[in-house]
Design a protein around this ligand. Structure first.
Ligand code: SF4
Length: 345
C-alpha cells in the first residue's frame, strides 16, 4: 500500500492503528509532501522500530515517468505507467517568458465521456487514478520544483473521480502538504452535476468548463455529457457562485471549422455568458486519426476572438506550446497501451 496520497486525517488513523504517537502523522506528511523522500528509511525522525512497522505494509508510492518527449520550445510530455496496460500523460509547459511553469495532469486512465474530438475518449475507460497517482505526476518529474501551476486538464474527467481528485487538491493546498495557494490550480471539466456541486463547495481552486458549443443540441453532438447536465443548467448553477474574488471561471472553446465557428455561435456565446464573471480560452484543434474535424487558421481564430472581446467577453487564444510533440492528449498513452497489450497477448 502507498503512503503518497494519504491526507493528514488518514495518516492520523494509520499511525493510531500502528500504535505510533499521534504527532508521527505530521512527521510522515512532512517527509512525503515537503521533503518528498522516496524511501521510508529516509524518514529519519521516526524511530527505527516504527519505520520497520510502516515498511511491513507500506511504501512511498512514487514512480518515475517511463517515457518523455521533448519539444524544441521546452514543453515535455511525460508518460507514467499505472497498471499493466494503463498509461497516463502529464505535460510540462514552461511559458515563453520563463515566469510560469505549468503541469497538465491526468485524473483517469482513459475516460467515459467520449467527447468526439478527444483521443483519450476513444480509449474508453480503464480506471480512476488514486490521489497518490495524481500527485506522483507532480512529484516525479525532473522539473517538479520549478512548477508554478497545475491544471487538471490531462486524460480523464476529474469530476468523474471526485473523491481522489478532492483528496489530491486538499494535499496540494494544505499546510501539511504542498501549501500551494488554490490560485495555482485549475480543474477543467465537461461538467457533471454532482461532482461540480461538491467541487464548488469543498475547495477554492479555479474552474475551467469545456464549453465548445453554446447550442445544447450541437454541444451534445460533440460531447455526450451534455445529455446528463446541460450547459444551460450548468450556467444556472454557476451564476449562484462568486467568481470575482478568490476563484476564477473560464470556458474552454476549441474552434472547429464549420461546426462552432460561425457568427451565430459567437453571438450566442455572448448572450449565454452575459452577467457571468468569466473569460473564454479559444483553443486550436489538433487533428486526431479517424475524426473528421478540422481546426481554424490563426487569422480566423483572431476574428472570432475579436468579436467576443468587442462584445464584452474577455477572450484569449491559448498559446500553442510543444506543437512538434503535440500529438493530441492521449495519443502517446494510446500507442503504449496498444503495444503493451500486444506484448501481453
Ligand atoms: S475531452 Fe476530457 S472529458 Fe472529454 S473524452 Fe477527453 S478526457 Fe474525457
Amino acid at each position: 500500500m502507498n503512503l503518497l496520497g494519504m491526507t493528514l486525517a488518514e495518516l492520523q488513523d494509520l499511525t493510531e492503528r500502528l500504535g505510533m504517537p499521534r504527532f508521527a502523522a505530521k512527521q510522515i506528511a512532512l517527509w512525503l509532501y515537503v521533503k518528498r523522500v522516496t524511501s521510508i528509511d529516509d524518514m529519519t525522525n521516526l524511530s527505527l522500530k516504527f519505520r520497520e512497522i510502516l515498511k511491513a505494509d507500506y511504501e512511498i508510492g512514487t514512480s518515475a515517468p517511463v517515457e518523455a518527449m521533448r519539444s524544441i520550445d521546452g514543453t515535455v510530455k511525460y508518460l507514467f505507467q499505472v497498471s499493466s496496460t494503463g498509461f497516463v500523460e502529464a505535460v510540462y509547459i514552461p511559458s515563453e517568458d520563463g515566469e510560469r511553469a505549468t503541469l497538465c495532469v491526468s485524473s483517469q486512465v482513459g475516460c467515459k465521456m467520449n467527447c468526439k474530438f478527444c483521443m483519450t475518449g476513444k480509449q474508453g475507460f480503464e480506471r480512476n487514478l488514486t490521489a497518490g497517482q495524481i500527485l506522483n505526476q507532480i512529484i516525479s518529474i525532473p522539473e517538479s520544483q520549478l512548477l508554478t501551476n497545475v491544471v487538471m486538464m490531462g486524460m480523464g474527467e476529474p469530476l468523474d473521480n471526485i473523491d481522489e481528485v478532492l483528496k489530491s487538491l486538499e494535499i496540494m493546498t494544505s499546510d501539511y502538504g504542498f501549501a500551494w495557494s488554490p490560485k495555482r490550480i485549475t480543474l477543467s471539466t465537461v461538467g457533471l452535476r454532482k461532482g461540480l456541486e461538491r467541487f464548488l463547495r469543498e475547495n477554492d481552486c479555479h474552474l475551467a468548463i469545456s464549453l465548445h458549443n453554446p447550442f445544447p443540441s450541437q454541444r451534445l453532438e460533440l460531447m455526450p455529457a451534455e445529455r446528463g447536465f446541460s450547459i444551460i443548467d450548468m450556467l444556472e448553477l454557476l451564476r449562484q457562485e462568486d467568481f470575482t474574488h478568490q476563484r476564477r471561471l473560464s470556458f474552454e472553446y476549441i474552434l472547429f471549422k464549420g461546426v462552432n465557428d460561425s457568427m451565430a455561435h459567437a453571438k450566442e456565446l455572448v448572450r449565454l455568458l452575459q452577467g457571468i464573471e468569466c473569460r473564454i480560452n479559444l483553443i486550436r484543434f489538433h487533428a486526431i486519426p479517424n475524426v473528421p474535424l478540422e481546426g481554424l487558421s490563426m487569422e480566423e481564430m483572431v476574428k472570432f476572438r475579436d468579436y467576443l472581446t468587442q462584445h464584452g467577453v474577455f477572450t484569449t487564444i491559448r498559446a500553442s506550446r510543444g506543437e512538434d510533440i503535440f500529438a493530441a492528449c492521449g495519443m502517446l498513452s494510446t500507442a503504449q497501451k496498444e503495444k503493451r497489450t500486444e506484448e501481453l497477448l
